[in-house]
Design a protein around this ligand. Structure first.
Ligand SMILES: N[C@@H](CCC[C@H](N)C(=O)O)C(=O)O
Length: 304
């Protein structure tokens, strides 16, 4: 198959990851690049391209119609994260990507971001403030929601999911942050390992915008320093990608679902263990915050 990088041919891209959820970043400050889904998919292809879970275009908000609308909400959102999944589809938000985006702005000098400092990043899900603390990044991920409403939250599920490799259908809880997630609890790590995420799960009802799927095993709580902290292990099947080694919005969804299942008194702070590392999720009322690392790995020039 011939791979065409199209308008990206000849460009220098930067690669990076957050807990091994990996991205290619392309700088397009004035919004001159009209990317097609095929071009994004060609670059993200792990055999014929650079390889990544997603592509992030780094563009000034004022250069995009959706960015201009966002600047009316938050004039500090100078830069916009134009996020595409590996198959070229658009997504509302990427929790690992927005940390890598902030780290890219800092590393390239496009934004001053000292320790303790912060930057507002425009996304399709709204403006997101990212704060650098001790080398890690904390993202105010904004308001979360459970599309099934209070009834689903109280009952703990609003969708039935069949996952290949697991014995029988499972109850899932939908969470929006604001991209769509479905969280399914499993009893133990053996079941988590048995799930065949290379095969396609089925959902009833079928989520209209598609969904990311998080399989989680709650691992208990620890209150040693006075604040209860829960721990959960997670695997994720990302919409538009496949199984990835982490998903930031997915870790928020996982923590929110496990917290709902725990009922009153469940911790607000969760360590979420993913194949690519660990992040911390803190629920603050109707908002959720995500803390984790961000790494840049290489600059690569695409051949024409
Ligand atoms: N990996 C991201 C989520 C990327 C978008 C997702 N695949 C979707 O289509 O909603 C994250 O870290 O949140």
């Amino acid at each position: 198959m011939t791979t065409s990088f199209g308008v990206l041919a000849g460009r220098t891209l930067t690669t990076g990851h957050g807990t091994e959820n990996d991205f290619v970043l392309v700088l397009d400050p004035d919004g001159e690049l009209e990317l097609t889904a095929a071009e994004v998919a060609a670059v993200c292809d792990r055999h014929a391209g650079v390889g990544a879970d997603g592509l992030i275009r780094v563009v000034r908000s004022r250069a995009l119609p959706e960015g201009v609308a966002l600047l009316a909400q938050d004039p500090d959102a100078e830069w916009f994260m134009d996020y595409r999944n590996a198959d070229g589809s658009l997504a509302e938000m990427c929790g690992n990507g927005v940390r890598v985006f902030a780290h890219y702005l800092r590393t390239t000098g496009l934004a001053a971001l000292d320790d303790g400092g912060s930057v507002v990043v425009g996304t399709r899900g709204g403006p997101r403030r990212v704060t650098r603390e001790g080398g890690a990044y904390t993202v105010d991920m904004g308001r979360w929601a459970m599309p099934g409403g209070p009834q689903a939250e109280a009952e703990g599920y609003d969708v039935v999911v069949e996952v290949p490799g697991l014995d029988g259908p499972r109850a899932g809880l939908r969470v929006s942050v604001p991209n769509p997630h479905t969280v399914v609890a499993l009893p133990d790590e053996e079941s988590l390992a048995a799930a065949q995420l290379a095969l396609t799960p089925t959902y009833d009802p079928v989520p209209p915008e598609g969904t990311n799927l998080e399989l989680v095993v709650p691992l208990g709580e620890d209150g040693s320093d006075g604040t209860a902290v829960g721990t959960v292990r997670m695997r994720v099947l990302e919409r538009g990608v496949g199984e990835t080694r982490s998903c930031g919005t997915g870790t928020c969804a996982a923590a929110l679902a496990v917290r709902a299942w725990g009922g009153a008194g469940a911790p607000d702070v969760w360590r979420v263990l993913v194949p690519g590392g660990e992040v911390t999720v803190r629920v603050d009322g109707d908002r959720v915050l995500l803390t984790g690392p961000a790494v840049l790995t290489a600059d690569v020039v695409l051949r024409a």
